[in-house]
Design a protein around this ligand. Structure first.
Ligand code: HEC
Length: 138
């Protein structure tokens, strides 16, 4: 009797847990997509290929963001992308029209892992953007 009740309780608990929205991935990608359309698409294009409406006005052309993994032997260059977005990349070329978003996307720090498993700390908004960029790799 007792064990039946326990099983029943455990079953109920499973139902409740199963019904909770899963925190993380799907939601973050959607958030990243929104941020992307808002802050990045004017230059990098709605589809990420670098042909946004502002591109013709730029001296240095926006990168095709769908080819980030392809140009890095298939492994998404997480660290480089994060540094590029938050502006901490020391190699940012002079003359690039890309704004530095550091302060805008700061806060609420989370960690994402590189292909080799190294955790990289970044603001939640940068993480959402990175998850979205990973989604649109060809
Ligand atoms: C005003 C135009 C403009 C906007 C807006 C813009 N970018 Fe860029 N972006 C560029 C240009 C130009 C380059 C290429 C030159 C360079 O690396 O600075 C670039 C390069 C990059 C790179 C480097 C790719 C590599 O191979 O290392 C990443 C990543 C990137 N942008 C992501 C973003 C994201 C994410 C956003 C929105 C938060 C964004 N960009 C908004 C113009 C822009």
């Amino acid at each position: 009797m007792r064990s039946t009740r326990l099983t029943f309780t455990a079953g109920l608990l499973g139902l409740v847990i199963g019904a909770l929205p899963i925190p993380g991935r799907a939601q973050d990608v959607a958030e990243g997509a929104t941020l992307y359309q808002w802050y990045c698409a004017t230059c990098h294009g709605l589809d990420g290929t670098g042909k946004g409406p502002m591109a013709p006005a730029l001296l240095v052309q926006p990168t095709d963001l769908t080819g980030l993994s392809a140009t890095a032997d298939g492994a998404f260059p997480l660290l480089r992308v994060v540094r590029r977005i938050d502006g901490s990349d020391p190699l940012v070329s002079h003359g690039s029209g890309m704004p530095v978003y550091g302060p805008l996307f700061q806060g609420d720090e989370v960690a994402l892992k590189t292909a080799s498993g190294q955790p990289v700390l970044m603001g939640r908004a940068v993480a959402d953007l990175v998850l979205y960029l990973q989604e649109i790799q060809k």
